[in-house]
Design a protein around this ligand. Sequence first.
Ligand SMILES: C[S@@+](CC[C@H](N)C(=O)[O-])C[C@H]1O[C@@H](n2cnc3c(N)ncnc32)[C@H](O)[C@@H]1O
Length: 295
Amino acid sequence: MVKTFGAAPLSHTIAQVNDTVLLVSEDGKRFYTRLQPNHRQHTHQGIIDHNDLIDQPLGRKILSTTGHDYLVLEPSLDELMREVVKRQTQIIYPKEAGRIIFKLNIYPGRRVIEAGTGSGALTLALARLVAPTGKIYSYEARPDLQSNARANLQKVGVLDSVELKLRNIADGFDETEVDSLFLDVKEPWRYLPQAKAALKVGGFFGAIVPTTNQVSELLLALKINEFDGVEVEENFIRGYKAVPGRLRPQDVMVGHTGYLIFARNILLDIQPPARQRKRSWQVSQDAEDDLAAEA
Ligand SMILES: C[S@@+](CC[C@H](N)C(=O)[O-])C[C@H]1O[C@@H](n2cnc3c(N)ncnc32)[C@H](O)[C@@H]1O
């Protein structure tokens, strides 16, 4: 059938061991639980036995030990990032993560570096996308934050696709030729030589910063370090109250999270087209032949 929600977001109708499922109570309380044989989820309205969920269909209601309804759902990546990740840092929100995934060309099999790991929210999204054959190399300077991120990634079952590294990225990255690299650190402009050394030529670079003066610093450094195709953007989502007869925007919206900066790692040396290179090689070969004939 299918694998875990964490490792492989494939078509999924039956809950299995290691899946993280979302239980929603009659009064709207939400519980995330990773299914293990003989485990139980305690709630404010009774207990739910994991054995009653494993190998059973999703999207249905079951009864707790006290006779209360619980809806059993496959959680979305959006829900996992916002509600399961225990935050010990500011995190990347799904509205930015979606954009990062598109702009950094993330898909199964890709090799991607990110720093810092922080709470692991972006790591979770990237890991889900590159699984099962790709890898996220995630760098973090603080051991306490790395432990929290590890626990978050373990909770949703994506650790197999992640290598967590404890390092100040000023000391560089271990990997080379990676497809994409994303920086969510305070002063990303300081680490562009290290980023360039790790990225493949043509690779995808991205960063997020909260203030415009940081954007300016980064733009300057991208120019100095010979990145190309630089783009800066900001994303807003305006939610609506989903009431058929009174459809209107939510009263409150998130005004600002950060600016996203994207660029490509390029080689500035201009290479002649392969055909011309061959021709110039032929020309010099001809000259050598002429000299040999004259001798
Ligand atoms: C805003 S948090 C990252 C949040 C993360 N993107 C997420 O979605 O959960 C920034 C992290 O970068 C780490 N950091 C800052 N400078 C660093 C450096 N030079 N090397 C490694 N990690 C660094 C910080 O310790 C912090 O955990």
